[in-house]
Design a protein around this ligand. Structure first.
Ligand code: SF4
Length: 206
């Protein structure tokens, strides 16, 4: 199997790489994340992944594209101002299509993503979209529920001194995460989980 693993950041790749290597699968990591803003954050996460890949002797492909303006314009266009739908309508398809295109052009027969590790991502939607793209591009999709190793992966990433981000990536997620962190009492009072989706609903009311 020649696997191209879309990689959102170093911490999320720790458990995925460990699991795959335990199955004798050697992934090539693929960085394409124009959803990460602002520039300092983008550089921090990208360079942390570079260092991590080097330290673990992993192949890494970098598609370097920082795109705040384009990302925000396209989110607005694709969501019709419904920001809670931005992951499904723009961000995931943008990134995953790039992975399949690169895989096809460069002789990879299988694709997967470290987003399947995060307990904060829309796991079922990601798996469904990857399946659809797999059929469209004629490239296998390797599904794993890497979330089972969430705690273990996070602990190992911290122990390795990797940069641990506080929000998903886009400016909207930064706003939601910061709002949720600063308004814990409000979420408790409303009996709401401090998720990005709930934070967005509250932000739209204020
Ligand atoms: S919350 Fe994360 S997955 Fe959703 S649009 Fe923002 S960066 Fe992309």
């Amino acid at each position: 199997m020649k696997l191209l693993l879309h990689t959102c950041c170093a911490p999320c790749s720790v458990y995925c790489v460990k699991t795959l290597r335990s199955e004798n699968i050697e992934p090539t990591l693929f960085w394409y994340n124009p959803n990460i803003h602002p520039m300092n954050e983008y550089v921090l996460r990208r360079d942390c992944l570079k260092e991590y890949a080097k330290s673990r002797n992993l192949n890494l492909v970098i598609e370097d594209e920082y795109g705040l303006d384009e990302f925000v314009c396209n989110v607005n266009k694709n969501t019709m101002q419904n920001l809670s739908k931005r992951c499904e309508t723009y961000c995931y398809p943008l990134r995953f299509r790039k992975v399949f295109e690169y895989a096809k052009a460069n002789g990879f027969d299988t694709v997967s993503t470290t987003l399947l590790y995060s307990i904060y991502q829309k796991h079922d939607y990601i798996a469904k979209l990857m399946e659809e793209l797999s059929k469209e591009y004629g490239i296998n999709f390797l599904y794993r529920d890497f979330r089972e190793g969430w705690r273990e992966g996070q602990d190992e990433a911290r122990a390795a001194g990797l940069y641990m981000q506080k929000y998903c990536g886009c400016v909207y997620s930064e706003e939601e995460s910061t709002f949720a962190r600063k308004n814990k009492a409000l979420f408790k009072k409303l009996n709401l989980k401090p998720t990005n989706e709930n934070a967005r609903k509250l932000l739209e009311k204020v």
